[in-house]
Design a protein around this ligand. Structure first.
Ligand SMILES: NC(=O)c1ccc[n+]([C@@H]2O[C@H](COP(=O)([O-])OP(=O)(O)OC[C@H]3O[C@@H](n4cnc5c(N)ncnc54)[C@H](OP(=O)(O)O)[C@@H]3O)[C@@H](O)[C@H]2O)c1
Length: 336
């Protein structure tokens, strides 16, 4: 492998084998010999399992490689603390690694500082930015930086911005492809929140079924509000929680304590509007159906904005056709 940039690209691809949910980010690592050949590769498989560096060292050892003076190329700064596993800086030092390139600095309160530890031990540790490595840690980085879950506001709406018909029905606004996509996103996050209004109107199961069957990872189901929702489908097992509050920040605080790093707020309009008003939404996923209703609840209610200059505007906007529907994604990281 010729250069560090190529190795970071490979490490980013390896990282994608790890889960997108959980308290840890996806991380990949490639160990290079002086001639640029690959001695070992690894990625993080989720909280409680070996970090990418340790997995790559194990891979190299299983191939009988000598890592003395090797270069470690890793998508995230190696950690310097003992969490569920030991410090990666020690594993790298003990293996005889001669230099480290990392693409993203670790903002974690406990885990940061690994590069400084390595340098103090005489091992050059260079921050080497790489777009793909940054992209795959984007949600986790935003969460760790603000100390609250990364919030995706998701809705399905008609062309005229209605989330449900006047009689309250909202099932099947969008078609099969859009629904399958939304289920895939659910399978990549830690939690899904809805208000009691949605539970009492729709009684959704809030499961992740990207291919028609329940995914291996099911996000925590979160019901926000004071009204009783006993007997609703969301309570079918222990993977659900009720939070009796009107304050979106309390929801994020309670979920952060449960190690939730990514949250989808799926509605309905009152809960979505409360999160938007509070400036707590990092990303909007709007599934737009080519349908018109003319009446029924709008996606977003009063946000306290009365003039165009104050409109909330997202960046890094992308769109994707999903059958007859379109998914529009806009980023608001840093708070709306
Ligand atoms: N198209 C879609 O993507 C989609 C998705 C979900 C829902 N829907 C539709 O949305 C409709 C339900 O709308 P909804 O607005 O009643 O549902 P909702 O937003 O799910 O629930 C509203 C409830 O959320 C609680 N809540 C917590 N914090 C709040 C705050 N700061 N401000 C306001 N409410 C807060 C309150 O519960 P308490 O009163 O219990 O305290 C409130 O009554 C249904 O017709 C459903 O089909 C559509």
């Amino acid at each position: 492998m010729a250069d560090i940039d190529q190795a970071l690209e490979r490490a980013s691809t390896l990282a994608l084998n790890g889960p997108g949910y959980g308290p840890n980010p996806r991380v990949g690592c490639v160990l290079l010999a002086a001639d640029g050949s690959v001695l070992g590769e690894g990625w993080h498989r989720g909280a409680g399992t070996a970090h990418a560096e340790v997995a790559a060292i194990a891979d190299a050892r299983s191939r009988g490689a000598d890592l003395t003076g090797a270069t470690a190329v890793v998508t995230l700064e190696p950690c310097a603390h003992t969490g569920r596993t030991g410090p990666c800086v020690d594993a790298l030092t003990d293996a005889g690694i001669g230099a480290v390139h990392y693409a993203v600095a670790d903002p974690g309160e406990a885990s940061a500082g690994g590069a400084a530890v390595l340098r103090a031990r005489g091992i050059p540790a260079l921050l080497t930015p790489h777009a793909h490595a940054t992209a795959l840690t984007r949600r986790w980085l935003a969460a760790m930086t603000k100390g609250a879950p990364y919030v995706i506001a998701k809705w399905a709406a008609t062309l005229d911005g209605r989330m449900a018909a006047a009689d309250g029905t909202s099932f099947w606004i969008t078609g099969e492809q859009a629904r399958a996509h939304a289920h895939g996103v659910r399978a990549s996050v830690d939690a899904i929140a809805v208000g009691t209004g949605t539970i009492l109107t729709d009684n959704p199961s809030l499961s992740a079924r990207p291919h028609g069957e329940e995914a291996g990872h099911q996000p925590l189901r979160v019901v926000v509000g004071h009204r009783a929702t006993d007997g609703a489908k969301v309570w079918r097992d222990g993977n659900a929680v009720a939070i009796s509050t009107d304050e979106p920040r309390d929801v994020l605080g309670a979920l952060w304590q449960r190690e939730v790093r990514t949250l989808i707020v799926e509605g309905g309009p009152r809960l979505l509007s409360a999160f938007l008003r509070a400036g707590l939404v990092d990303e909007v996923n709007a599934y737009i159906a080519p349908a018109l209703l003319g009446s029924g609840p709008s996606v977003v209610s009063d946000l306290g904005i009365s003039t165009m200059a104050d409109a909330l505007r997202g960046g890094a906007v992308t769109s994707e056709r999903l059958g007859a529907d379109t998914l529009v994604t806009a980023h608001f990281t840093g708070g709306i």
